[in-house]
Ligand binder design. Structure first.
Ligand SMILES: C[S@@+](CC[C@H](N)C(=O)[O-])C[C@H]1O[C@@H](n2cnc3c(N)ncnc32)[C@H](O)[C@@H]1O
Length: 312
């Protein structure tokens, strides 16, 4: 890991760290273990790749990491170009692929996915630079750039993308930020679903649906009045991201990957009552830092109509 990442530094100093060294852009090999053993991620990727990759087809993977998704694709495809920027991962992926069946069908290329194009048109592009809320990693920037350069070189027919689409939502919640009796409202990542220390106070509000064949957004904004369904202390916003890795239209279903949810504490907790509404406002750029998203959050109570106040 580069020494800059180990230093404790102020926000101003952090601004100076080159983008490619920030965690999210630069994921050291030992972090890849978490991704490799995450069945909730790996199983749907394998299923989507099995269902989308045509026998004998050509595949491009952008951000190949350890090469695992390229390996899945190589079980059916004739050739896979696997692009990875981090030289340590390029070396690791080459070593791992040489130990796995059909690994010889994968060519690992050390390159920046923002500039790389395959030597010929491909059937499928796999890109897993995904992060909940589309912050930190450059999924959207990379695929926007790829589509522009690819169509300029090969014409208007785009390959199929894995994922096909992503859906972003946010939910108001009461999160207990106590750890061993110590209150510490820190940003948290937790598996999807409800947990004893979490209580949702509203429905999830969808604020973006990204379809990778279509226009890919550069930023996101929500300015919405949200009904409170359950009284409680509003302490956090929960960001949810569901990826549709492959639509299986004939079967009327999709292979889905619900990512860990990101729970961001609010600067000030708010007491809220069922029946009233809360205004959520935020705007952020895709790929921004977690701190930028946190600083962008504005959550305010809205005046409750008299009749409702009396009823509550
Ligand atoms: C979330 S990991 C996924 C790795 C692998 N595809 C998997 O599913 O296990 C994203 C990978 O993209 C790589 N990456 C990030 N930005 C890149 C870029 N601009 N060009 C090439 N690779 C990049 C990172 O180094 C990392 O290995």
């Amino acid at each position: 890991m580069p020494s800059q990442q180990l230093q404790v530094c102020s926000d101003a100093e952090a601004e100076k760290i080159p983008e490619e060294l920030l965690l999210g852009q630069f994921i050291p090999l030992h972090y890849h273990f978490n991704m490799l053993q995450d069945r909730a991620r790996m199983d749907p990727f394998r299923e989507a790749i099995d269902c989308v990759v045509p026998p004998g087809g050509t595949i491009l993977e952008l951000g190949g990491g350890t090469g695992v998704l390229s390996y899945f694709a190589a079980q059916t495809a004739a050739r896979v170009w696997c692009v990875e920027r981090n030289p340590a991962l390029v070396r690791a992926a080459r070593g791992f692929l040489s130990q796995n069946q059909h690994g010889d069908r994968v060519q690992v290329i050390q390159a920046d996915a923002m500039t790389y194009l395959p030597p010929e048109p491909v059937d499928v592009v796999i890109c897993e630079m995904l992060h909940v809320a589309m912050i930190r990693e450059k999924q959207l920037e990379v695929l926007r750039s790829f589509k522009e350069r690819y169509t300029a070189k090969f014409g208007p027919q785009l390959p199929q993308f894995i994922p096909d689409a992503s859906l972003l939502a946010v939910q108001l919640m009461n999160q207990d930020f106590e750890f061993g009796g110590y209150r510490a409202p820190v940003p948290m990542f937790s598996p999807p679903g409800s947990h004893p220390e979490s209580c949702y106070l509203s429905d999830a509000q969808i604020y973006s649906t990204i379809y990778y064949q279509g226009d890919i957004p550069t930023d996101f904004e929500l300015n919405q009045s949200v009904p409170i369904l359950k009284s409680g202390t509003l302490t956090a916003l929960c960001f949810l991201t569901k990826n549709f890795l492959a639509f299986q239209l004939a079967a009327g279903q999709a292979v889905q990957w619900m990512m860990h949810q990101l729970i961001l504490p609010l600067a000030e907790p708010l007491e809220v009552r069922a029946g009233e509404t809360v205004q959520i406002h935020f705007a952020y750029a895709a790929g921004c830092r977690l701190e930028d998203l946190q600083q962008a959050l504005v959550v305010t109570r809205q005046a409750m109509p008299n009749m409702l106040r009396r009823a509550a």
